[in-house]
Design a protein around this ligand. Sequence first.
Ligand SMILES: Cc1cc2nc3c(=O)[nH]c(=O)nc-3n(C[C@H](O)[C@H](O)[C@H](O)COP(=O)(O)OP(=O)(O)OC[C@H]3O[C@@H](n4cnc5c(N)ncnc54)[C@H](O)[C@@H]3O)c2cc1C
Length: 478
Amino acid sequence: MDDVAIVGGGPVGMLLAAELGLQGVRPLVLERLVLPSEESKAGTLHARTAQSLDRRGLLEAVGRSSGGSVSFHFSGMFGLDLGAVAEEGVSIVGSPQAWAEQVFARRAAALGAEIRRGQEVTGLVQHDDHVVLTAGGRELSARYVVGTDGARSTVRRAAGIPFTGTPARVAALMGDVRLLDPYGVPPGYTRTPRGWIIVWLNPAGHSRVTTYDFRAPHADRQAPVTPEELREAAEHVLGRPVPMAGARNLSRYGDAALQAETYRAGRVLLAGDAAHVHFPWGGQGLNTGLEDAFNLGWKLAAQVRGHAPDGLLDSYHAERHPVAARVLWNVRAQTALADPHPSVDPLRELFAELMGFEEVNTYLSGMISGVHTTYDVGVPGAGRMAADLVLKTGDGPVRLVELLREGRPLLLDLAGRDDLVAQAAGWADRVDVVRAAADHPADALLIRPDGYVAWTSAAGAGHPLADSLARWFGRPRG
Ligand SMILES: Cc1cc2nc3c(=O)[nH]c(=O)nc-3n(C[C@H](O)[C@H](O)[C@H](O)COP(=O)(O)OP(=O)(O)OC[C@H]3O[C@@H](n4cnc5c(N)ncnc54)[C@H](O)[C@@H]3O)c2cc1C
């Protein structure tokens, strides 16, 4: 019997496999595609994902990072500066999804994950102490199953987890085409009284063309898109012909905003698009899924290895469900603002003015890029991602992110607090202690494997370190 079976080897499934591997659990990944997909829906990773990837030494491998001021949009209104909220120098990362998936798959395999391709999971039955999956017509068992099998998740359905929210009202089409009059089409995001056309122009080759038609949602989400359909949609939105040829990578999608009501049902968990889907405003879907994987990996590994405290695995839903709910909320707001009806014009103008205020700009940029994500860890002043401090240790200077690469929790003693180090002795097998000097106001920090601060000495006497150690890492030994 496998400890963990991950159904769906997309980017989220592969990253989760790598995270489990880092914690010494060797998962089985079941992926229905025989070969990795070469199509990249997502191309943008945001600052919080970049921070998490940096804490695993994966940031450079996934794509090209940009720092400093980066202009970004809210509902197609440019004016946000993602650089204003980037905490560690990376404002955005250009990372084609298919490439990131391969990077994660290689890491997962190197850490002992078994990746089986051409294995479509068609059935799932839960028992008290294991789950039986049907894959490729054969049965196999695992102690835990994670569905990372995308928006139409078989795992979610088989586990009976409701996927609820708001239905689609917009029909989106996307394709790569040769524009025969490339300079007759406006580049970038264009809103007309009939919808949107988004063009990433490549005059000499294939340009990516996307249309948002607000008349009605797609009658059949699964129907193949024809080149003629994309051409007609572009003409409808723009109000004039858009000559094009050589269409490829055609796809259709909608703006349904749906979320799994629970991310855990017994021994079955969900992550990524299997847990939440929405319109791609702001490029937030994959980012949210990857952060799910960073949150779930160490918790599920602790559960499998038998040292998880009560409630640790359930804290995955408690922490991640609200994050995706907020993403769905901001995406719904962006779609409402994008409505092509002229009555929405003044609202957009007002919103654009508001975006000019620094506080509004920071608020929206922090939301889209994920850097405002904090978890309720029960300790005042804790719950944020630990900043990448430069630590002066007895062995020389080291960046905090480098100490997190092994995925082990850290007690950071920054003020020679022997009393705190002594309190952590019972967790020495699970929690590393690092004594250093750093430019930080707290005497000590307890940092989880996902890089979030679980406890800080600044919280005061009512919040003993031992309580937090037990809450996240189980009972002391000895
Ligand atoms: C046009 C567009 C642009 C986007 N841009 C961005 C962006 O810039 N940034 C961003 O963060 N997000 C973006 N997204 C969203 C992003 O693409 C998704 O959130 C992402 O693909 C989710 O990854 P995943 O691993 O959860 O699921 P998926 O990528 O859907 O992977 C699921 C995997 O499971 C496999 N599978 C499915 N069913 C089974 C089964 N029964 N058995 C075995 N295997 C199975 C599939 O073959 C697939 O490999 C965009 C989406 C769209 C549509």
